[in-house]
Design a protein around this ligand. Structure first.
Ligand code: LLP
Length: 416
């Protein structure tokens, strides 16, 4: 059975009394602790940590992380604009995007946002717009690792970054536009095998040596985080010590002392957030079937189980000492809206406290890629509001979405 992270049954009740359910709750203390752990990453020649804000881009979260001294990695020009809107200085923001920032290019680059080219074409287009500029590029080191196929972003089947043997073409484009390659970047996936991550550090350093102006090597994020008690988190100190030695050995061989950057998303935010909801219904499919626990939330709010067959801890808040094996499902009209699936995406059951309709339920590990990656407004369910738990007090950081706001952007045209 799983347990609560930072909530208590009393705090959960208080949160439900504040905004009702479902509601996301983030813990300021946990966010700050996680930032500190990341800032303590071992390094040889200087270090910088970026928060990959795609994991949780709420302005309040960005503000807290900024105050802890981290920098940011944006995955689109809109995320970069979001950082600027939160008051984050442009020079602390890097843009690493699949899509070239054509809408706000001038706004963000003129302000000082760092550009990380993710393809030869992006590098060329950036060079045309900003000849003579400093720039970074993302390599695909030729191998990747993620907790599943959909979170692996390296190797021949991944479209992310510039293939590792195309350094000559990078140099050609850079020369054509007088660009200065000062930084190099790799990110191989989420929930990566620490051994693969370490191996990629060496490959990325070898690429960096090809560009004399490179001073910083960014090795991306992807550190595993245990959401379920059966999972194991990456030990940042252990991986960091290893990588530090790799940087030292590399410098001894080549004379190149690179500054290290990492950019975790999950590690910083996953266990800083919980989703509080309640039991809406309990049904079954007979003696040989299943007992279904239906929640008043679902894949519109937490998409990870449907997308990746990811498991999140589920804690029923009652004092029942009896347990039941439930299939836990969401409120969307989709048979795939299930919280209890195994790694092969097959339906499975979870042993939980025997529940009553109306019991509060906490879904843990909901701070990363949950609110940010939700299927907003599917079945016209409103976006889930958000609270920040700060010194024992709940602060509303996102209001419930009113139906009128959901409908405000839709227009019924004149119909003949
Ligand atoms: N840097 C880059 C360039 C990235 O694309 C990502 C994640 C990160 C850093 C942060 O990776 P993390 O430390 O969070 O693993 N939605 C997924 C995983 C895919 C994330 C894509 N990029 C999830 O729910 O686990």
């Amino acid at each position: 059975m799983e347990s609560l992270n930072f909530l208590t049954p009393e705090l959960a009740q208080q949160a439900a009394d504040t905004l009702g359910t479902p509601v996301y709750i983030y813990s300021r203390d946990t966010i700050e602790q996680r930032c500190q752990e990341v800032l303590n990453f071992p390094n040889a020649y200087g270090f910088n940590a970026r928060y990959a804000l795609k994991a949780n881009p709420h302005l309040a979260v960005l503000k807290l992380i900024d105050r802890m001294g981290l920098h940011f990695d944006a995955s689109s020009e809109f995320e970069a604009m979001r950082c600027l809107h939160a008051g984050i200085p442009a020079e602390k923001i890097q843009l690493t995007g699949q899509q070239f920032p054509r809408k706000h290019l001038k706004e963000i680059i003129d302000a000082g946002v760092l550009f990380n080219a993710c393809s030869l074409r992006q590098l060329d287009e950036f060079g045309q717009a900003y000849p003579g500029a400093n720039v970074s590029f993302r390599i695909n080191p030729g191998t990747g690792s993620g907790s599943n196929r959909k979170t692996n972003v390296g190797g021949p089947s991944a479209s992310f970054g510039i293939w590792h043997d195309q350094a000559d073409q990078v140099a050609e484009i850079a020369a054509k536009h007088n660009l200065n390659i000062t930084r190099i970047h790799s990110h191989i996936g989420s929930g990566s095998d620490p051994e693969v991550w370490k191996a990629v550090a060496e490959m990325t350093l070898a690429q960096a040596d090809k560009f004399p102006a490179v001073h910083t090597v960014n090795l991306g994020g992807g550190f595993k985080v245990a959401r379920m008690s059966s999972e194991k988190s990456t030990d940042l100190q252990e991986v960091g010590e290893f990588v530090k030695q790799v940087f030292v050995a590399h410098a001894a061989k080549t004379g190149n002392e690179y500054k290290l950057e990492i950019e975790p998303g999950t590690y910083l935010s996953a266990n800083c957030g919980s989703l509080l909801c309640d039991v809406d219904d309990i049904t079954n499919t007979g003696d040989d079937g299943y007992t279904f626990l239906k929640l008043n939330t679902g894949m519109d709010t937490i998409t990870r189980p449907a997308l990746y067959a990811s498991e999140h801890p589920i804690v029923i808040l009652n004092d029942n000492t009896e347990t039941t094996n439930y299939v836990v499902c969401g409120h969307c009209c989709e048979s795939g809206d299930m919280f209890t699936v195994d790694e092969n995406d097959n339906l499975t059951t979870r042993e939980l406290n025997t529940a009553n309709i109306g019991d509060l339920v906490v879904i843990e590990g909901a701070g990363a890629y949950c609110a940010s990656m939700s299927l907003k407004n599917y079945n016209s369910f409103p976006t889930t509001p958000q609270l920040l738990l700060d010194s024992g007090e709940f602060k509303v950081i996102q209001q419930p979405q009113a139906l009128k706001d959901m409908l405000a952007v839709e227009i019924i045209p004149e119909l003949s």
